[in-house]
Each structure stands twice: as C-alpha cells, then as structure tokens.
Design a protein. Structure first.
Length: 217
C-alpha cells in the first residue's frame, strides 16, 4: 500500500517536541484536550493574515503559555500591544465556552516567534497554493511557481500533492509534483509538512506539501 506516515507525527517525541505540553489527572484531561484543539483551530483561522504556521500550548499550575510562530509578528502584536490583549480575551472566551462557565482570572502568557524564511514554511506554501487554486488559477502553473520559490529559498527538496476535482474535473484525481530530495524514512532529516484544503466552487481539493530543510533551519 502506498500510504505515507505524517512526517511531523513520525518525528514527534524523538526529534520534534509535542505541540501540547502538560500533565493532567483523568477528570480534567478531556477538557484540556478539547480546549487545546479549539484554541489551536481558532487561532489558525483568526491570525491567517499574520502568516501563522503553528501554535504550541504549555500548561503550568496557574497559567497557560501559548507560543505562536508567525511570519508577520506586527499584525499579532498590534499598536502598543493592543493586538495581544485582544487575542488573550479571545482565548479566555474559548476556554469559558468549553468549561461552560465564565473564566476571567486565568493568567495567559502569549509568546510570538517570527518565522525567518516564510518561503520554506510548508503551511504557508500550502495556504498560498490553496488560495491561488480558489482564485481559479491553473494548478500546474501555481504548483511549479511555488516549487521554484521554495528551491530558490534554499530548501533541499519539495514535494506537492494535489487530490480532488483539480481544475473542476468531473472525476477526482491525484497529481504529484517533486523536486530535489525528500526522504521519507530518515528521521534525522528536517522535513516540514502541512495539508490545507482548497474549497473550490466545483469541489474540494486537498493540498499537501513536504519541504526538506537544511540542518541549520
């Protein structure tokens, strides 16, 4: 079978850290897990214009630490830090919704990390491809330009897979594009991976991107 393992999950625990880091008892585990999923999903949608790539969550005894990696930190921080305060209120509203009671006294610590090279971030590349497909641009041209930009930015290799009703075709299909080396079994290699849906008028097209980064990245 040609099924492939998620490169991020494959390396988590041995070469990559977990995206949620906390311990919990059996009673509160469910709420904490649901909170993490909802916070991560909501922040990825809310901060899309800031070029957000990942959200890491750490739970301390009396506080919640959220580490966001974004390509444009100024959009998140806002003028005089007003954007950070808005995000904190937004997170508190999500937690209150999950726990079904108003939470106002929880300490939330937000850390914003800048993505130095956005051209070799798999999530941003996949989002750009999906956005251009939604604007009805030809899929091959979109993917070939994306691959050129990634390779020009210093990546060792890149692989892009499109699946669905590509270019509005009646029958869905899978198209694969590849340049350079993208090892699937070498755990020590740095592989960035992302999958993003492109919601077209004639149907859904899934975009998957693998980027093999250099060691210093």
């Amino acid at each position: 079978m040609g099924q492939k393992v998620n490169p991020i999950g494959f390396r988590t625990g041995s070469f990559l850290p977990w995206k949620s880091r906390w311990f919990s008892d059996n009673a509160s585990f469910k709420d904490n897990l649901v909170e993490d999923i909802k916070i991560r999903k909501a922040l990825m949608n809310r901060l899309k214009l800031a070029g957000i790539t990942s959200v890491e969550i750490e739970r301390l005894p009396k506080s919640l630490v959220i580490i966001m990696s974004v390509s444009r930190p100024g959009v998140v921080i806002g003028r005089g830090g007003t954007g950070i305060e808005d995000v904190k209120k937004f997170i508190l509203s999500i937690i209150s919704e999950v726990r079904k009671k108003k939470i106002a006294d929880m300490k939330i610590d937000l850390k914003v990390n800048e993505v130095k090279n956005s051209e070799i971030s798999a999530h941003l590349v996949a989002e750009r491809i999906a956005a251009e497909l939604e604007r009805r641009m030809p899929s091959r041209r979109v993917v070939s330009k994306a691959i050129e930009r990634v390779m020009a930015s210093g990546a060792k290799g890149v692989k892009v897979v499109l699946g669905g009703r590509i270019n509005g075709a009646e029958i869905s299909r899978v198209e694969k594009y590849h340049e350079g080396s993208v090892p699937t079994q070498s755990l020590r290699e740095t592989i960035d991976y992302a999958e993003v849906p492109a919601l077209l008028k004639r149907g859904y097209v899934g975009v998957k991107v693998w980027i093999h980064k250099k060691e210093e990245e």
